[in-house]
Design a protein around this ligand. Structure first.
Ligand code: HEM
Length: 465
């Protein structure tokens, strides 16, 4: 039975107050993030194509794989996903608090600075100004701007929560606050503290950053959105607040220790490897708490999936979350890791988390809020449905072939009789499927971007802006 009904009603009641929200900041973040999703989608297809046709785009330095890959990674992570999640946060926090956003002016200044950061990142990475650490490639001066923007975001969100009318705090607020504090810690460590270390310690800090970029930046802000939008989109109270709190605190306790599982069989001490494996297995606790809560919320509501596009994205995202977080602990085991580590399995795993789960949550949230903040109807439900199926089929093609390919690659690497170059040649069919799956995903991005932009333009014509 659901418990703690008063708190759950925070999520289930569409509008408890008469507060009129401007949502200007949310609009800017969401719309610009979608533009980057489209542009960086083209870069994604280009690098996927280079695996199949290595001569593509010749030797022009700024179009080489080494420049475009970090552009794809940073563009998707910071230009699309984090920016979209920030936009959704600017929408949901004031509503969960029953007050207006603390400062729309500060929010708009943050949106402008964020766009400057992304454009600076594009120029820097194409020019080859790259620190050389994965996910932390951006030059120091761009990193400093990220820190300033994050402080501005944090002040606005914490001040809004500080002014809240409702004493009880819905679980999304906990995750938003956690995400702001953890991102600060993870980003500063991965981008700045790492400079003061060398050798194995530096690699260890870098992996701690990479893993926690997913676990302590994108996971909490993505779950904040899922906890808000699943009850909203299905118009059903959350199953259990207590369970959501178990998920939150266990995530806070467990995640930070897992990064060293990327260095198993490497030159780090065995005790550190064992700690990373143990905590990776313990991740199953927060994951179970989250997934059980969402499935239980949907009990008796599954028929809504037929018509409700945001809910389709949300619940598929939950299934991908479950699969990703089952895969993670399993490939942290020494025996499995000996096969899949550093192979294509890892990008397969990373894309299921960041595209299949967290981007699906962000897309669902965008479909939910855009008609509301622009005060109009979504341009086309049918196109949104196409968007879902294109991304779902493309995504499955992408993830599954990379897992199979990665496993096969790892098996070949473990066989000293097979020359390395043969293991590269063997993967070409896998990369070809990945490219065509990417084309489907990109068509989904185009449908999404067009639908949202057309909705915004319609609102403008109707005078809703
Ligand atoms: C059209 C869709 C996409 C295609 C074709 C694509 C393609 C690629 C390719 C070819 C790589 C390099 C893999 C390698 O070096 O072995 C890559 C890496 C990566 N991509 Fe994507 N991508 C897409 C969408 C996304 C999205 C939506 C996100 C995140 C929101 C994302 C995040 C990443 C990350 C984090 C990496 C680095 C993975 C790692 O180091 O293991 N990608 N992508």
């Amino acid at each position: 039975m659901p418990e703690d009904k008063s708190l759950q009603s925070v999520a289930a009641t569409p509008l408890r107050t008469t507060v009129v929200h401007s949502d200007a900041t949310a609009k800017w973040f969401v719309v610009s993030s979608i533009a980057y999703f489209f542009i960086v989608g083209i870069i994604a297809l280009t690098i996927a194509a280079k695996f199949v046709w290595p001569e593509l785009l010749g030797t022009v330095s700024y179009l080489t794989y080494g420049r475009l890959r970090p552009l794809h990674v940073n563009g998707m992570l910071f230009g699309w996903l984090l920016a979209c999640d920030m936009g959704l946060t600017y929408y949901l926090v004031p509503r969960l608090c029953g007050v207006k956003l603390y400062s729309e002016k500060l929010g708009l200044a943050t949106a402008i600075l964020w766009n400057i950061i992304i454009l600076s990142a594009v120029v820097s990475l194409l020019a080859g100004w790259n620190k050389g650490w994965e996910y932390a490639e951006l030059p120091v001066w761009v990193g400093v701007m990220v820190v300033i923007a994050w402080v501005m975001f944090g002040i606005n969100i914490f001040a809004t929560i500080g002014m809240r009318k409702y004493q009880q705090m819905y679980v999304s607020l906990w995750y938003v606050m956690g995400s702001i504090l953890w991102t600060a810690f993870v980003y500063l460590t991965g981008n700045f503290a790492v400079e003061f270390t060398t050798g194995v310690n530096q690699a260890n800090l870098n992996w701690m950053y990479i893993h926690n970029a997913v676990g302590l930046i994108f996971t909490p802000i993505g779950l904040a959105a899922a906890y808000y939008f699943i009850p909203k989109a299905s118009n059903t109270p959350l199953y259990s607040h207590k369970l959501s709190m178990i998920g939150f605190w266990s995530l806070a306790f467990v995640y930070v220790w897992t990064g060293a599982h990327h260095m198993l069989h490497g030159p780090i001490s065995q005790w550190l490897q064992t700690i990373a494996i143990t905590f990776s297995l313990m991740l199953l606790i927060p994951v179970w708490a989250v997934v059980y809560n969402f499935f239980a919320t949907m009990k008796g509501q599954w028929q809504q999936l037929r018509e409700n596009v945001p809910l389709k994205f949300l619940m598929s995202g939950v299934v991908f979350y479950l699969l990703t977080c089952f895969q993670g602990p399993m490939h942290s085991l020494r025996s499995v890791n000996a096969i899949v580590s550093k192979t294509d399995w890892i990008p397969g795993h990373a894309h299921m988390a960041l595209l299949g789960c967290f981007s699906f949550f962000a897309i669902a949230g965008t479909y939910y809020i855009v008609p509301r903040i622009f005060k109009t109807k979504l341009h086309s439900e049918a196109l949104a449905n196409w968007n879902f199926w294109l991304m779902m089929i493309g995504g499955l093609g992408f993830f599954v072939t990379l897992w199979l390919g990665g496993f096969w690659q790892g098996w070949q690497w473990n066989n000293p009789a097979i020359p390395f170059i043969d293991t590269v040649k063997a993967l070409k069919p896998i990369w070809t499927v990945r490219f065509f799956s990417g084309v489907l995903i990109f068509c989904g991005i185009v449908a999404f971007a067009y639908n949202i932009m057309a909705t915004a333009v319609n609102a403008n014509l109707e005078g809703g802006l």
